[in-house]
Design a protein around this ligand. Sequence first.
Ligand code: ZN
Length: 114
Amino acid sequence: MHEASIALSLLEKVIEECINNGCSIIKSVKIEIGRASGVMPDALSFVFNAIKADTIASSASLYINEKMLTAMCNKCHKEFSTEENYIFECPHCNSNSFNILSGKELNIIELEVE
Ligand SMILES: [Zn+2]
């Protein structure tokens, strides 16, 4: 499962960040995931909660913000976004030439430590 390795590297990253800041307990982790990243938030949460036991993040809550997919059309130069996981064409001019601006990222946006 794709989400298992992502959850593991996320956990390692927040633990390292916490220790680097001289803290010993992680209380919450907030991340954002683009809808086009191919990561299923429920699956990621599930794995994170399973592997956090016996670490300094054992009582950490994971909050996931889903980010919409946005793109810029190369033909009409308008920006557009979608709730879907994929974009097939520009909704303004139907061109299929566009650049993805966001929607593929996975970022830690907030870390609450003690
Ligand atoms: Zn367009």
